[in-house]
Ligand binder design. Sequence first.
Ligand SMILES: [Zn+2]
Length: 385
Amino acid sequence: MNRPALSWKIGSALGIPIHIHVSWILIFILVSWTLASDYLPEHLPGLSAVRYWVMGGVATVFLFLSVLLHELGHCYVARRCHIPIERITLFVFGGVAQMRKEAPSPSAEALIAVAGPLVSFGLGGVCLGVALLLELTQQGFSFHGMIVLCILLGTVNLQLGLFNLLPGFPLDGGRILRAGLWAWGLDFHQATKRAAMAGFGFGALFGLVGLLTLAGSLTGWLSASAASGGGWAVCMGMFLCAAALVSRRQAAFRHALMTVPVRELMTRTVMALSPGSTLDDAVDGRFQPYGYGAFPVVDNGHLLGLVTVQDVQAVPTALWSRRRIEEIMRPAVPSLFVGPEAPILQAMAQMAQGGWDRLVVVQDETVIGLVTQSGIVRFLQRYRG
Ligand SMILES: [Zn+2]
């Protein structure tokens, strides 16, 4: 999932920074309000409004702690699989743990995915167990308030675990599905695409059920209180659909980086400098008319080196008519050229490593093209949509 912008760090756990997104505040108020004005008065009648609000606030804090523990479950296993975690962000639809890289194997992917729901089921079991224990031991004391809160937390955690197990990416169940398809023989990209399609399907289904519930509530077929559940399902469905589409596009983007060869985006007309020409000729014939930051130096199709604007500027203008390109060029180090079949990711790594903004594409020791940073950006933009 994308990193939600507009978030603040509130602390850290297991050494992982925890952020809350601005939409989290909205859901915090909404959940506290629903609990204080609806759920608690119904299950614990006869208390003051202040009590309901305090209990509603406390319960909401525990609910978000549950979401956080679910995410920490994922993070704990991810760490064991040597995947660094950037941060955990809590937002309107729950939490998201941002991992710096993908799981190394289908089994690691499945283990990381299942860890979150397992934590939720564990918490659900503990809360319901405590509720049962209090129910059995309350003689003389009244633990009724605590019991109601424990049952609430227990059921919400069980629901959280179950919902996340729906087999649609990017939900945890969708990750397990992806791991399964990946283990089944599909490549990582194809598996992500299929699992994201399932995620889109579940999102659409949620939206549809939500719309029908809303319509039923408005026409009197269903109770008026069903409307909020319907509205929530519509929002959740839309979010799932959007998240599935984004995941699919990101998978396509990563796949392109790793598989599309440089040959597909290189410029075939190479504007080069000849080693014997003077700096005056190079500036008038190449640097000024084309405006590029650097040109390869080529002799009979063979790459000899590279000359950048800075290399030329370092020579006093008065000497430009006498100095030749071969005297100032940087020699052709291996990081400067790339084969036509190398994937884009490799070209990007070489550019970053050598500080180049362009690489020379060489086949059989002959220059056949140029690949530039701006060319890569233009090519990848189609995957960003
Ligand atoms: Zn999860």
